[in-house]
Design a protein around this ligand. Structure first.
Ligand SMILES: Nc1ncnc2c1ncn2[C@@H]1O[C@H](COP(=O)(O)OP(=O)(O)OP(=O)(O)O)[C@@H](O)[C@H]1O
Ligand SMILES: [Mg+2]
Length: 113
């Protein structure tokens, strides 16, 4: 079991959701996030003063999957989120120790799927 966490551009969310659906990935958690990557944010003028704005709006997508779904899920996120421009996003893949469906007490692969 793996937890896939992706930070994507907010405007890419619809496309990512559609690609995930096509890849038969239906379970997802979405939250708004603020972040910066290797460009360290950007600078803008505020009342004539150069201000550094470090945090840009991103969307955090979290999907817990069984191992055989890692590649299809990652590929779907990339298809939906890649424009080729800086800031397209980043994907992290973490191991999951356990999953528990609260209603039934089911655990592991059964609880994820
Ligand atoms: N190492 C990191 N740790 C935590 N969050 C990160 C990290 N890298 C990127 N992020 C998150 O992902 C978002 C998108 O990152 P971004 O696509 O700008 O990555 P990048 O490494 O700067 O690549 P690029 O050069 O293509 O912009 C960031 O705004 C931040 O929220
Ligand atoms: Mg960046």
């Amino acid at each position: 079991m793996k937890l896939i966490i992706a930070y994507i551009q907010p405007h890419a969310l619809n496309e990512v959701k559609q690609e995930l659906y096509k890849a038969e990935v239906y379970k997802v958690s979405i939250t708004n996030a603020l972040g910066c990557g290797q460009q360290k944010g950007y600078t803008e003028q505020y009342r004539g003063i150069e201000m550094e704005v470090n945090l840009l709006k991103k969307v955090r997508v979290e999907i817990a999957v069984n191992d055989n779904f890692v590649k299809p899920t990652v590929d779907a996120i990339i298809r939906g989120a890649r424009s080729g421009e800086i800031g397209d996003g980043k994907i992290f893949i973490l191991p999951i120790e356990e999953t528990i469906r609260i209603r039934t007490g089911e655990t592991g692969s059964v609880a994820i799927g």
